[in-house]
Design a binder for this molecule. Structure first.
Ligand code: CP3
Length: 355
């Protein structure tokens, strides 16, 4: 199918047979790795690291040098898109991401426009191209974006939020303004992901990290409808190869069937739902990605292995599973836990397939 030496991840996303269950980890390049902290220190800051394609490439490859992961993920952040829309992203120690100019006034919302990925976001495309060259056909490269809803949360709140007060106020009192933000952002996300695909990304993932804070009705209106628009706008084939996409709504387990129906290739699952039950609900309409609780990695290696086997056993000997955590890996994860995880997933899934 492709010229990759290891295309297990792409095959699993397309629900084709594989010898074992492929895995990668959300936030696999990050602060739990001492070599990442060293490169970030050299770069100066997290955003300097993202804006420097050579260093972004270096940290993308770090987890692959340590572990037999089946995919690489572009090192960047979902908030580069609102930053390119002029909101002024910065990070403060302990507080996480913030915007200098959050969307507060109606005129600011009306002035919003989708950035050209080849102007303000060219540094991301350069990183994608450089990483593809460095991977040299070993494993596929995943590109990504935030979902329109999740990006809008940050753009309206101005940073992380515990109650989503500002954006929910907007949703219930000025839905027209929120739909405008979501619509412009959906256009931005489509252009951004397609530019990543043109630059070399072989699969793409949309992170809807905050979809799960909504009611079912509001989720359909403000998150899922725009995810559907994004999926419909994506390039599906490039150089004769399918470019599969993954949609991940954290907290979306309740709405699994609806998510599986928007036309995506795979659905990401957080750790709250049993993956076997999830599969029973969606059948083989989509592949599933997940879903070990990232906190399992704080336990001793034998427990990590046993918990990983439970996820694999629950999914069963079917095609269409990409193993992952149910959310990003914690900065406090002992790196040895990841070795135990990778080994358990590869060994046990081979045994399930060839008992
Ligand atoms: O998975 C990967 O290895 C690729 C890189 C990646 C990062 N962020 C790097 C990063 C990806 C895919 C993201 C996505 C992202 N960013 C999401 C969606 C996924 C999720 O976690 O729900 C969200 C919500 C963000 C916004 C964001 N960026 C937050 C909340 C933070 C953490 C702030 C903190 O201090 O913990 C970031 C910063 C960030 N993005 C870091 C990394 C490695 C840590 C920055 C550092 O080095 O200090």
């Amino acid at each position: 199918m492709s010229r990759l030496r290891n295309d297990t991840f792409l095959r699993a996303l397309l629900r084709q047979p594989t010898d074992y269950t492929p895995l990668w980890l959300m936030r696999q390049a990050g602060r739990y790795l001492p070599e990442y902290c060293e490169t970030r220190r050299r770069a100066g800051s997290f955003m300097d690291l993202c804006r420097n394609p050579a260093l972004a490439c270096e940290v993308t490859l770090q987890p692959l040098a340590r572990y037999e992961l089946d995919a690489a993920i572009l090192f960047s952040d979902i908030l580069t898109v609102p930053d390119a829309m002029g909101l002024g992203l910065y990070f403060t120690e302990g507080e996480g991401p913030r915007f200098e100019r959050p969307l507060r006034e109606e005129w600011e919302i009306r002035n919003l426009s989708a950035p050209d990925p080849h102007l303000e976001l060219q540094y991301v495309m350069d990183a994608v191209a450089e990483i593809r060259r460095a991977l040299d056909g070993s494993v596929p490269l995943i590109g990504f974006s935030g979902s329109p809803w999740t990006l809008a949360c940050y753009m309206v709140e101005g940073g992380s939020s515990s109650d989503y007060r500002r954006i929910k106020t907007l949703a219930y009192s000025r839905p027209d303004l929120l739909h405008h933000i979501l619509s412009v952002t959906a256009d931005a996300v489509i252009a951004y992901l397609n530019a990543q695909i043109e630059s070399g990304a072989q699969a793409v993932m949309v992170f809807d990290s905050w979809g799960g804070v909504l009611s079912e009705d509001a989720y359909r209106t403000f998150s899922l409808a725009y995810l559907e628009r994004v999926v419909a706008g994506l390039i599906r084939e490039r150089d004769g190869e399918r470019v599969p996409n993954i949609v991940f709504t954290k907290g979306g387990g309740l709405w699994l069937e609806r998510i599986a129906d928007i036309g995506c290739d795979a659905v990401g699952l957080d750790w709250t739902m049993d993956i076997g039950r999830a599969r029973a609900r969606v059948g083989d309409r989509v592949a599933l990605q997940g879903n070990l609780d990232p906190s399992v990695l704080f336990a001793p290696p034998d427990v990590v292995a046993a918990e990983a086997c439970k996820v694999l056993d629950s999914f069963g000997p079917h095609d269409g599973h990409v193993f992952n955590l149910g959310h990003g890996i914690s900065q406090f994860t002992p790196p040895e836990s990841v070795s135990a995880l990778v080994e358990a997933v590869h060994d046990h899934s081979r045994r399930i397939r060839r008992p």
